[in-house]
Design a protein around this ligand. Sequence first.
Ligand code: RTP
Ligand code: MG
Length: 138
Amino acid sequence: MTNRTFTMIKPDGVENGHIGAILEKITASGFRIVAMKLTQMTKADAETFYAVHNERPFFGELVEFMTRGPIVAAVLEKENAVADFRTLIGATNPADAAEGTIRALYATSMGENAVHGSDSDENAAIESAFHFAGREMF
Ligand code: RTP
Ligand code: MG
């Protein structure tokens, strides 16, 4: 079934000049971009977006990292989008990410891992609505 997922090219991916290569890989893998923008999250934004992790030891570091520069936020559509996008990006830790995945190619560490991908249809909808108004999704 066709559905949607939400992604961010994280600040490290933007800083390291990988926006074009990552978008090329995403579209070449059959995802249609239905919303996209360059934006920067505030501390409050990142704390809300990652609230599920707020008890974790890396939370402060994660908020610091995600707010240090612009990100590319996008909504992607494809059959089986959530699961297929998680496969395309690879494991959280680039050392464990399968060859050819976006994190294997462009992540530098467990924390600075180039891209985000929603982990469920429900979270994809919540995360998309966090970043985009309905009229910005096509
Ligand atoms: P994401 O949500 O960004 O797509 O990543 P994920 O599902 O693969 O990983 P998740 O467990 O949701 O963690 C969210 C992000 O927190 C950072 N992290 N750092 N230093 C650490 O041990 C650690 N663990 C997680 C990463 O940026 C991870 O993507
Ligand atoms: Mg996650």
